[in-house]
Design a protein around this ligand. Structure first.
Ligand code: RB5
Length: 152
């Protein structure tokens, strides 16, 4: 894979699929830091999204994967963090395009939405696609500038 080191997290709804995706990533030589949760016991997805985003904000990781029931709650939480551009995807075109156009750094998907096969395809598309830059760069810069304006 183009990106071979990621941080991954889930809530209880995404736990089983996260375990499968971790195994899949290992077969592809991708190292994954797991920030939880660590069992199917009910937990709060904002806490996990925050832990994952902190790893990216610290500079330790550039890229993350978050899995909950729908992928939506995780993406909402992740996008509240400065520097995080999270994309909730359930199709391969979007997973690739959000890297190309938005320079997304967190892929979110729902374990109640996609199965294991589609999830693997989403991960492949996301981790193997470079940001195109060019005309997309000023738009991504404008997204990032919102982090600053929202602090005021
Ligand atoms: C958990 O039941 C569920 O609400 C959560 O996984 C997620 O889908 C939220 O967006």
């Amino acid at each position: 894979m183009l990106i071979n080191k990621i941080v991954i997290g889930c809530d209880h709804a995404g736990y089983a699929l996260k375990e499968q995706i971790k195994q899949y990533l290992a077969t592809k030589g991708v190292q994954a830091l797991d920030v939880g949760c660590y069992s199917p016991q009910s937990c709060s997805y904002p806490d996990i999204a925050h832990a994952l985003c902190s790893e990216i904000q610290s500079g330790a990781y550039t890229t993350g994967i978050l899995i909950c029931g729908t992928g939506i709650g995780m993406s909402m939480c992740a996008n509240k963090h400065a520097g995080i551009r999270a994309a909730c995807c359930s199709d391969v075109f979007s997973a690739r395009a959000t890297r190309m156009h938005n320079d997304a750094n967190v892929l979110c998907f729902g374990a109640r939405v996609v199965g294991y096969g589609v999830a693997c395809d989403l991960v492949d598309a996301f981790l193997n696609q470079e940001f195109e830059g060019g005309r997309h760069q000023p738009r991504v810069d404008a997204i990032n500038a919102l982090d600053e304006s929202e602090k005021k």
